[in-house]
Design a protein around this ligand. Structure first.
Ligand code: GAR
Length: 212
C-alpha cells in the first residue's frame, strides 16, 4: 500500500479526483493517509473529514522559522508513514528540509503548460488570466516533481487544452480542471505507485507497465 499525504489550500477538487480514483479502483494499492491544510476553514479539509481521513492544519505562520515548519511537516508525514506527498492546490512555500527528505516523492499540479505561466504569484486563477492576456491558443496543466524553486522540477505529465475565443479566466480554469488536472494528477500518482517514474536529470522517464 502506498500511503499518500495530500497538502491543500483551497476547495480540494483535485483531492476529490484522487479520492474518486481510489474508490473506483483506478488507483490500486493507494491510500490517502492524511490531508494537511495550510489554513483553517478550507473546503478541502471538509472533504477529507467526510471520508474519515485524518485532516489537520499545519500553518507556516505558526512557526518561527522555515526549519521548524519543515520539521513539523516531516514529523506529521512520518507519523502516517507517507511515501508520496501530493500538492493538490497547495499554496505555501516548502523548505529545504522537507523537499530534501521527500526528494522525487513530492508532486505538484499546476494549471498551465510549464514553463509558461508559472513561478511566484502564478496560482489559482492567475495562470488563466495571464494566458488569456497573452493570447495563447493552447494552455493546459502540468504535474511535476517538486524542487525548491517554484514550478521548476522535472515534468511527469502535461495535458493541453485549447483556448476558445469566448473564454473568460473562469471558463478556462473550469475546463483545464475538468479535462486536464483531474485526469493527469491521479494518472501521475498511479505511475508513481507502480514504480514507473525515474528521474534522470531534468527528465522523467516513464517505463512500460509490467506484464500481469
Ligand atoms: C488548481 O487549479 C491547481 O492546479 C492550482 O490551484 C487549484 C486548486 O484547486 N494550483 C496552483 O496554482 C499551484 N501553483 P482545488 O483546491 O480545487 O484542487
Amino acid at each position: 500500500m502506498l500511503n499518500i499525504g495530500v497538502m491543500v489550500s483551497g476547495s480540494g477538487t483535485n483531492l476529490q479526483a484522487i479520492l474518486n480514483r481510489i474508490d473506483d479502483g483506478m488507483l490500486k494499492h493507494c491510500c490517502v493517509a492524511t490531508v494537511v491544510g495550510s489554513k483553517e476553514g478550507i473546503y478541502a479539509l471538509e472533504r477529507a473529514e467526510k471520508k474519515g481521513i485524518p485532516a489537520t492544519v499545519i500553518s507556516r505562520k505558526s512557526f518561527q522559522s522555515m526549519g521548524e515548519y519543515d520539521k513539523a511537516l516531516i514529523a506529521h508525514m512520518k507519523k502516517y508513514d507517507v511515501k508520496l506527498v501530493v500538492l493538490a492546490g497547495f499554496l505555501s512555500l516548502l523548505g529545504d528540509g522537507f523537499v530534501k527528505t521527500y526528494e522525487n516523492a513530492i508532486i505538484n499540479i499546476h494549471p498551465s503548460l510549464i514553463p509558461s505561466f508559472c513561478g511566484k504569484g502564478y496560482y489559482g486563477i492567475v495562470p488563466h488570466q495571464k494566458a488569456l492576456e497573452y493570447g495563447v491558443k493552447i494552455t493546459g496543466a502540468t504535474v511535476q516533481f517538486v524542487e525548491l524553486e517554484y514550478d521548476s522540477g522535472p515534468i511527469i505529465l502535461q495535458k493541453p487544452i485549447a483556448v476558445l475565443p469566448d473564454d473568460t479566466p473562469e471558463t478556462l480554469q473550469k475546463r483545464v480542471m475538468e479535462q486536464a488536472e483531474w485526469t493527469i494528477l491521479p494518472e501521475a500518482i498511479r505511475l508513481f505507485s507502480e514504480g514507473r517514474l525515474k528521474v534522470d536529470g531534468r527528465k522523467v522517464i516513464i517505463s512500460e507497465a509490467k506484464e500481469m
